[in-house]
Design a protein around this ligand. Structure first.
Ligand SMILES: [Zn+2]
Length: 412
C-alpha cells in the first residue's frame, strides 16, 4: 500500500506555483496535497493565528471540498479538529495551541483516514464516469465522501441493470490499473469539450483536469490516488430514490471495506436462497413467489377475520350486550366501523387488532355509563401504550415489540 510518506519539500513544484499566490499577491497557503497527495508529514511556518485558528505557509491537510471531508491530524502533536479556507488560505483549528507567527511546526495528517477518503473520492470519479458513459444525460447532483459513508446523488434514468454494468466497467478499470493523472489546462482549450466540467464553477484561467486512463476526464480540485488499481475493489452497497434533491443516491464502498461487504452480502444471499429452498441464481424469483403467496394468505386472513368480526356473538354483561374480539391483521378503518355499528344501539364492544401495531377500541352506546377512554388507558398502561378519544368511543395502541407477534383470531 503506497502513501503515508513524510516529505519536507520546499515550495517550487509547478502545481505549487499555480496555487501559490493570487492576483493581489496575498500570501496563499501552498497546498502540498496537490503536488504530492501521498505526503502525510510536513514542516511549515506559522503565518498567522486567530484564536484557535492557525494559518501556515504550506500544508498537507486537505481542507475538504467536492463532497470529501476535511483531513484530521496534528500540528506539533496537537489535534487539528477542523479545517476551512478563507481567501486562498487554509486555516487549521488547533484547540489549546500557543503558536506564534514565524514559528516552525511539524504537521502530521491522519494517513489511514486520508487514504480512505482519497480512494473514496477517486472511486466516485470512476463510478460516476461509468454511469455517465452508460447514460450521457446523467447529472451529478451531490457527492458525500466520508469515513462512514460514500455516495453520489444523480439525476437521470437509472436502474439496477445500469448500476451493475457500471460496477463491472469500474472493476475492469481497477483490474487494468488505469493511471490517475492531473493536468492544468487553459479554460478555452478545445480538449475540454470531452471533459466533465461545470465552467461556472471555474475561477481563473486554468482548469485542473483529473483523468482516469483515457476513459474519463473531469475538472476537480480534490486529492486522488495515482492509479485506480489501488482501489482493489468497488462495490455499490445501496441504490435508493433521493427525491426531491435528486433522482437516485448510489452508496458505495472501496478497498477492503468493499470486499468485506461483498462477502457479507454473498453470505446473506446464499443463506436466504437456502431458506427459500432455491438456488441463489433463482433467489429473486423465489422471493417474488413467496411474497405473492404471503399477500394471498393475508387477503384470505382478512376475509376470515372480517367474517368473524361480522359474526361476533355478544356476552350479556350487566344487562348490556358486550362484543369482544381480538384479531390478527384487521385494518384500523374496518375495526372502527365495526365498533360504531356494534354500539349504535344499547351495547358495548372491546375490539383489538394485533397486527404490526397493536390497536384497541373500546366503545359503548351513549346510554351505557362507562368511561371508555379511561378503560383504554388502563388496559394499555401496563404494556406502555396509551389512548384517547371520547367517553363513549376511545382508541389506543402501542408500538410493536420485536420478536413478538400475536396471531390469535376470534372472539375473546
Ligand atoms: Zn476529484
Amino acid at each position: 500500500m503506497p502513501g503515508g510518506k513524510i516529505v519536507m519539500r520546499r515550495p517550487g513544484h509547478p502545481m505549487e506555483r499555480f496555487y501559490g499566490a493570487d492576483s493581489c499577491n496575498r500570501a496563499m497557503t501552498v497546498r502540498l496535497y496537490h503536488s504530492d497527495p501521498y505526503a502525510s508529514g510536513f514542516s511549515a511556518t506559522v503565518v498567522s493565528t486567530e484564536g484557535e485558528w492557525v494559518a501556515l505557509d504550506r500544508t498537507a491537510f486537505y481542507p475538504g471540498g467536492g463532497g470529501q471531508e476535511a483531513d484530521r491530524g496534528t500540528l506539533n502533536g496537537l489535534a487539528v479538529t477542523e479545517l476551512k479556507q478563507s481567501s486562498g488560505t487554509v486555516l487549521h483549528r488547533v484547540p489549546g495551541h500557543s503558536f506564534a507567527p514565524g514559528q516552525e511546526v511539524e504537521g502530521k495528517v491522519d494517513w489511514d483516514r486520508r487514504y480512505e477518503l482519497m480512494k473514496g473520492h477517486t472511486g466516485e470519479h470512476l463510478l460516476f464516469s461509468r454511469l455517465h458513459e452508460l447514460c450521457p444525460e446523467m447529472e451529478l447532483v451531490k457527492i458525500a465522501i466520508g469515513p462512514e459513508r460514500k455516495s453520489v446523488m444523480v439525476k437521470g434514468p437509472l436502474d439496477w441493470e445500469m448500476v451493475l454494468e457500471a460496477q463491472r466497467m469500474a472493476l475492469d478499470a481497477i483490474e487494468g490499473d488505469l493511471p490517475v493523472t492531473v493536468s492544468s489546462v487553459p479554460k478555452d482549450d478545445p480538449s475540454l469539450a470531452d471533459a466533465r466540467i461545470k465552467m461556472e464553477r471555474i475561477h481563473g484561467d486554468e482548469v485542473r483536469v483529473v483523468s482516469i486512463g483515457d476513459i474519463d476526464r473531469a475538472a476537480c480540485a480534490g486529492v486522488h490516488i495515482s492509479s485506480v488499481g489501488e482501489l482493489g475493489m468497488l462495490l455499490v452497497t445501496k441504490f435508493t430514490s433521493a427525491r426531491p434533491a435528486a433522482d437516485f443516491e448510489v452508496e458505495f464502498e472501496v478497498g477492503r471495506a468493499a470486499k468485506l461487504t461483498a462477502l457479507q452480502l454473498s453470505s446473506a444471499a446464499l443463506r436466504s436462497a437456502e431458506a427459500l429452498g432455491a438456488r441463489v441464481q433463482d433467489l429473486e424469483r423465489a422471493l417474488g413467489n413467496a411474497l405473492r403467496e404471503r399477500e394471498m394468505q393475508a387477503q384470505q386472513l382478512r376475509g376470515y377475520e372480517e367474517k368473524a368480526l361480522n359474526e361476533l356473538i355478544p356476552s350479556r354483561v350487566g344487562g348490556v350486550d358486550l362484543y369482544s374480539g381480538l384479531f390478527g391483521a384487521m385494518d384500523k378503518r374496518t375495526l372502527l366501523d365495526a365498533a360504531a355499528r356494534l354500539t349504535a344501539e344499547h351495547g358495548a364492544c372491546v375490539l383489538g387488532s394485533a397486527g404490526e401495531r397493536f390497536m384497541l377500541v373500546i366503545a359503548c352506546s351513549p346510554d351505557v355509563d362507562v368511561d371508555c377512554s379511561a378503560l383504554v388507558n388502563e388496559a394499555l398502561a401496563p404494556e406502555g401504550g396509551k389512548g384517547g378519544g371520547k367517553r363513549h368511543f376511545a382508541t389506543g395502541g402501542r408500538r410493536p415489540r420485536s420478536g413478538r407477534r400475536t396471531s390469535w383470531c376470534g372472539p375473546s
